[in-house]
Design a protein around this ligand. Sequence first.
Ligand code: WTA
Length: 686
Amino acid sequence: MSRDKSSRRASAEQQTLDVSEAQIAVHWPEEDYFLPPASFIAQANLTDQDVFARFSLDKFPECFKEFADLLDWYKYWETTFDASDPPFWRWFVGGTINACYNCVDRHLTAYRNKAAIHFVPEPEDETVQHVTYQELYVRVNEFAAMLRDSCGLKAGDRVTLHMPMVAELPITMLACARLGVIHSQVFSGFSGAACADRILDSESRLLITMDAYWRGGKLIDHKEKADTAFAEAAEKGHQAEKVLIWQRYSGKYSSPTKLVEGRDVIVNEAVKAFRGKRVEPVQMPAEAPLFLMYSSGTTGRPKGCQHSIGGYLAYVAWTSKYIQDIHPEDVYWCMADIGWITGHSYIVYGPLALAASSVVYEGVPVYPDAGRPWRIAENLGVNIFHTSPTAIRALRRSGPDEPAKYNYHFKHMTTVGEPIEPEVWKWYHRSVGKGEAVIVDTWWQTETGGFLCSTVPALHKMKPGSAGPGIPGIHPVIYDDDGNELARGSGKAGNICILNPWPGAFQTIWKAPERYVKTYYGRYCRDPKSKDWRDWPYMAGDGAVDAADGYFRILGRIDDVINVAGHRLGTKEIESAALLVPDVVEAAVVPVADEIKGRVPELYVSLKPGVEASEDIAKRVADSVVERIGSIAKPHRVLIVPDMPKTRSGKIMRRVLASLSNHQDPGDVSTLANPEIVDSLRALVK
Ligand code: WTA
């Protein structure tokens, strides 16, 4: 495919990046294949080779009916796919549905007494809570009644959740979904300031939080962040109405931060007035939003990815059934945080849509020791396990022999969120999976709702270090910077795009539709006037290689986003936080390869003339980043430099800094305005 010159010029303008993760990716040899165990294939949900023909590109879009048929609809849809306003695709148009009904009510007949959620508190002496589907139904109804009748929430309202990993988080999400209220859960590790930005952008009516939670052996005061979030959002122009506070220990307020009278409501008390109440699920259009999930992008402002009810739920249900191989009798544990998209899709909505038992673990995987996950797996009989390369690396480093000490058996394991080194994959396979489990390496994004590339577990060979081909219905392609399609299996790196729309894809960026079009479709759209979806490939923003066997290996982000321990952070957000320190005049952050976290941010700053570099300034810069974003963004190092490497037009060359930080050759620096700076920076970085 080639495009005309004008669109090529437009794409060059959009391409502001001069450094990317993909640039520092290590190319590893991939020659091993592993076969799925026969015992897995014998029980798998999807063993039918015809699936690939059923989902070939010429079967688009009707092939996706099969996804939506996994759900219960009030009214069946009239149009499977509506492309009348590209790239604002609409799915299952005319259908009405409720996500909470699909995840709770419809399972009551067959699975009333089965666990929906196993909540595992971090303290090991605390009892595990097994929430049955009946109990989930009761609790969700009571809380939905409170949200509706006491807080006045109605379909389309937004609420911000800033909750830790507790059973009350899915209960809150499902109560919102029951009412058609749009939830926006913010990762609990994010700061109050980061939460404020999200309350403001979504114009949330309520902030729902918890007083405290356990993390790494400490009972953390979480309510404190709610006060900051509420006040800062109000200061910036949006006053939420109330703060609803769940108690970590019902009947006992566990935070040293005072309650604000008239504003703060203890849910555990207030919900008592709704005991026994039932709320009819609101019949929502398939295309109504289910939730917002904020994610980092190339500007300082995180973007609210808006996901639909029908398309999203259909997509996560199908992929949970056939890629995660979830059966109702499985005990499924995804050790991610519900504050990220992985947790929304593959702890809450996907598994519960299938009546699975889903584990919610409060704490740190390696706390109090690296045997913890395997004790949980043994106790609960977990047989499907899902985690990130960062967690696998950490568990491998601190307890390589721990899994063998415990009596658990996984049939299926997932890795998600970052590239996994073949060596780490093999430890996961051999030691964690005891050679008995199939592994899927799933590549996808907040925007995509669910998996894009992965092997189908019973049908494909596994290849350590590679995600795999597009899943059934997903047709990936690699373009070079000029928009030419690389031949399939070329083995060359380029930008991975998806040729066709799919039901799980986000609908837009909340309140920023132009940004949505420009970021994801601006670069490779063949004709902005076209109504044909074929002219609108989706650009994921990742570098990737398509190998001869048709498996995609993901190299990392090609934009100003750093993936730290599987968490997406925008470089602009980190730099803006650094610039809040009065002595700092310039800031540039680059990704540095890290043995455990994959990548960590390293921050370069230069100071106002006459200001001496000091450890104190470096500390203030790091503190500012933690305060504005959260401790996950804490720079690995803050390097105070006399000047930044710059182009003649004054742009900071982050590419040069990234090379120095990763001990790579910065290449030709003669075009810089100040090439002499490179040597002194190199000395500093050491
Ligand atoms: C990266 C997480 C390699 C990628 C689900 C993507 C991966 C970003 C993989 C999205 C994988 C995700 N292999 N890289 N299996 N999965 N990524 O939005 O760079 O938090 O663009 O969604 O993580 O991160 P997000």
